[in-house]
Design a protein around this ligand. Structure first.
Ligand code: ZN
Length: 315
């Protein structure tokens, strides 16, 4: 018997949506290039776990991120499964045009920039204003193509170069993304600076101000606070998360930024709390174990090492 099933904790959502971002956030940060064949196999394994959303690749410039230069081949090779929505990360108009050549292979587009001027310059070599102005032109084109659009704001909870990122600035940018046509806005703790109290206060204000849009949380576990931050967001009613199997992931700048909170750790925690995810945890662990074999190193996820919680141990 799972003690979490004995009573609902008031204020927490009944079900949670998880977008797996390892095939993009994770694979792009690996020093070695993973073969297209291995990527396709891992994505197909993830699609079979019950995950309903997955970011499968990115249309960034191949010379900037060679790890994802096979975006077309990955999209073309992965199995389209009923009920699984694929998204691709789009940096700009050129990237969207490339992606639209394979329009029938995916359902959602994610657009990103940073709320910190310095991080945005280092990451995409543009000012925040230049980035959002281009997205305001690009997002309507994606919508016209029938894509559901998500805007992701990196360094929403702090910047390694600038320190504090004002909440008002982040929310003003989120409003502009919504007004440009985003159905969803994701807030990224790109280098793992957020703490649970900060997350709680942030989403309290964000949920009040951004009512007609899905609010998503994207936490990195750089300093071990990822799961605590997930719980803080849940308590504010956030029911949409981006996570990465095996705790893969990071950020190109600064070097050494480590992984997203692990999908299996989040799934295990929230399922134990009695919240519906629809995801088969053992199958998810198998996918992370397969990624571990492909990469040839142990991955950071806790549940991958420990296995699921067992309430009826035999020994
Ligand atoms: Zn990330």
């Amino acid at each position: 018997m799972n003690p979490g099933d004995t009573g609902r904790v008031t204020g927490l959502p009944d079900s949670v949506s998880i977008r797996e971002v390892g095939p993009r956030d994770g694979f792009q940060n690996e020093p070695e290039i993973i073969t297209t064949e291995d990527k396709i196999r891992l994505i197909d394994m993830l699609s079979a776990t019950g995950l309903k959303r997955m970011e499968v690749t990115s249309f960034v410039r191949p010379d900037v991120i060679p790890q994802l230069s096979d975006a077309e081949d990955v999209l073309d090779g992965i199995v389209r499964r009923d009920g699984v929505s694929f998204s691709v990360l789009i940096p700009n108009r050129r990237g969207l045009d490339r992606a639209l050549d394979l329009r029938d292979r995916f359902d959602e587009a994610s657009f990103f920039f940073s709320a910190s001027q310095t991080h945005n310059m280092k990451n995409v070599n543009r000012s925040i204003e230049d980035s959002i102005a281009e997205l305001e032109e690009t997002i309507p084109v994606a919508r016209e193509a029938g894509l559901r659009c998500e805007g992701v704001i990196a360094t929403s909870f702090g910047c390694p170069y600038e320190g504090e990122v004002p909440v008002e600035r982040v929310l003003d940018l989120a409003v502009r993304l919504r007004d440009a046509g985003c159905d969803e806005v994701g807030f990224g703790d790109t280098t793992g600076m957020a703490n649970p109290v900060q997350v709680s206060r942030f989403y309290e204000v964000a949920c009040e101000r951004l009512t007609e849009v899905e609010l998503t949380a994207h936490f990195h576990d750089t300093r071990g606070q990822g799961l605590a931050n997930v719980f803080a967001a849940l308590q504010q009613g956030v029911a949409s998360f981006e996570t990465s199997f095996g705790e893969l992931g990071g950020c190109p700048v600064p070097v050494g930024s480590t992984g997203n909170v692990a999908t299996e750790d989040v799934v295990s925690m929230i399922a134990e709390m009695g919240i519906e995810t629809g995801i088969d945890l053992p199958k998810l662990i198998e996918a992370s174990a397969a990624a571990q074999r492909v990469l040839g190193r142990p991955l950071g996820s806790h549940v991958l090492r420990a296995g699921p919680v067992d309430w009826s141990p035999t020994a």
